[in-house]
Design a protein around this ligand. Structure first.
Ligand code: BG6
Length: 515
């Protein structure tokens, strides 16, 4: 294969700067016949190859429970890439296809791992992958420990303490179902792998706008002095989704619900990035040390606190943008008596000097009126009101809104004098949009994350103590719910959640932002 950084050999890179290219390696996708591989992982690998980020000596081996030949796998992936409408297909596919291979087997079948080992050794000699291995576990969580155990037994994992090729394992979510199961999984994983070899993925961390939270806070000097309890009134984090149980996800989702599916991972990560102290540098451990301190400062609630501070909702039939949609109980795979929450709103405070007493309001739900993820920092009012405020606005306060998706960007809302002889104020905005500020759209989260694993950079992956601390908080809520506390309240699809969520925040004299 050709050097991807060589513009002559790779015409698509002409005029582009040289990029960091990882070591030669074989990427093994467990769950290669599944949805994640088709929709996200293969397009991400293809785009990395197209953009010259993959080393020339890189092969991708699908592992799954089908009896496919290499060619059958290639033709499946060809179909997926075409339906993902990846760019420059006719130019890139002929170079990309020979990198693909397949090894079939069950996840607990010793002989299949021996076969995989032989295949990888052959690939080392045909593709020059030099024994470096990235195993990606895009499988149901009950197989994580089994696969890792078998990889270990088959001699497919190299110690990170020996000279020689590297092994890295990417574990998809969910990492555990509650605190206890997450700890059992951590123990099983650590029997075979060192923490430095484990990459627990949270795709929100791969989003440019999420990484930009740290850039905004610590790459500028004007925000940090006001980023604390003296100046911040409250923080709202919203992850709203329009989708319901698309693609037959109902059966999985019903065992999870919004709290496990979105809050334990993605929303806790957003909270960490907003609330953490400045790290000493941007190394993986420095950043993750600060994030874990936020999770350790989460409140320790009893059942009454859960009732007071958490609202669980479940959507009923309704309409979104004029289209009728069924209620949760009528979705495929959902038992009629299901108590699973499709919406959660929480009010919490962090027990730190920076944030003591500042409410953080978190909400997420399916079948809300639109897809929108944002973080809003509400600043305090000026100490005295000299001007007449516009009654529609927040009465003279400032707000910083970080739009994670869509319309990626940020806005600062501040007060300006309405022209004229009166001293009236109106809220106006300073606006930054990714689409207009930068020439290129941000890369897909999975591209960035896969590249980071190949480069051996775990900064954007969650460490075991982060997962543990997040589960400790979430499990308190789950346990209270299991004891029959705070059952889900219905909200019609297409609305912003149950009225109880409005009350939760109105009790503090606040309201949810209208998005
Ligand atoms: C996944 C959840 O982790 O994130 C899904 O399992 C959710 O339920 C998805 O829809 C949201 O991701 P994004 O990137 O579309 O905001």
């Amino acid at each position: 294969m050709t050097d991807p950084n060589n513009a002559e050999a790779n015409p698509l890179r002409e005029g582009l700067p040289r990029t960091r290219v990882p070591d030669p390696c074989a990427v093994v996708l467990f769950g290669a016949t599944g949805d994640l591989t088709h929709r996200k992982l293969m397009p991400a690998l293809y785009n990395l190859a197209r953009d010259g980020h993959l080393p020339a000596e890189c092969a991708i081996v699908g592992y799954g429970r089908r009896d496919w030949s290499d060619d059958a796998f290639r033709s499946e992936m060809e179909t997926s890439l075409k339906s993902a409408k990846v760019p420059d297909f006719d130019v890139v596919w002929p170079q990309f296809a020979p990198r693909l291979a397949f090894s079939g087997g069950n996840f607990d079948e010793e002989a299949a791992y021996a076969k995989l080992k032989t295949k990888l050794e052959q690939i080392d000699s045909t593709h020059g992958t030099r024994g470096n291995r990235l195993y990606y576990l895009a499988v149901a969580p009950e197989y994580f420990a089994t696969i890792i155990e078998h990889l270990g037994k088959a001699g497919l994992i190299n110690s990170p303490f020996s000279e020689g090729p590297w092994t890295r394992v990417v574990i998809e979510k969910p990492f555990g179902h509650d605190l206890k199961s997450a700890r059992v999984l951590s123990r099983d994983v650590s029997r075979v792998l060192d923490e430095s070899q484990v990459y627990r993925i949270d795709h929100y961390l791969g989003k440019e706008t999420v990484q930009n939270i740290l850039a905004l806070r610590f790459g500028n000097s004007m925000f940090e002095p006001v980023w604390n309890r003296r100046h911040v009134e409250s923080v709202q984090i919203t992850v709203a989704e329009e989708v319901g149980m698309a693609g037959g996800r109902g059966a999985y989702y019903d065992t999870s619900g919004a709290l496990r599916d979105m809050v334990q991972n993605h929303m806790m990560q957003l909270l960490c990035l907003v609330a953490m102290e400045p790290p000493v540098d941007l190394s993986a451990d420095a950043v993750r040390n600060e994030k874990v301190k936020v999770l350790q400062a989460l409140p320790q609630w009893n059942d009454d606190d859960v009732i007071k501070n958490v609202v669980r909702g479940q959507y009923s039939a309704g309409s979104i943008q004029g289209k009728e949609v069924p209620g949760y109980h009528s979705e495929k795979g959902i038992p009629p008596e299901s108590q699973t929450g499709t919406y959660v709103a929480l009010r919490l405070t962090l027990n730190t000097w920076r944030w003591a007493g500042v409410p953080f309001y978190l909400r997420t739900g399916k079948r809300l009126p639109k897809r929108a993820t944002e973080i809003a920092i509400q600043f305090k009012l000026p100490p005295t009101a000299l001007f007449e405020a516009d009654t529609e606005a927040a009465g003279g306060a400032n707000m910083l809104i970080l739009r994670i998706q869509p319309n990626e960007g940020a806005s600062l809302a501040f007060q300006a004098k309405i022209p004229g002889s009166r001293r009236r104020l109106q809220e106006v905005r300073m606006d930054f949009r990714y689409g207009t500020a930068f020439a290129q759209p941000p890369p897909e989260a999975y591209e960035r994350l896969l590249l980071d694993v190949m480069l051996g950079d775990p900064t954007l992956f969650t460490r075991t103590d982060e997962v543990d601390s997040a589960w400790r908080f979430i499990t308190t809520i789950l346990d209270a719910w299991d004891r029959g506390k705070a059952p889900p309240v219905p909200y019609p699809a297409g609305t912003w959640g149950p009225a109880e969520a409005d009350t939760l925040i109105q009790n503090d004299g606040d309201t949810w932002r209208r998005l």
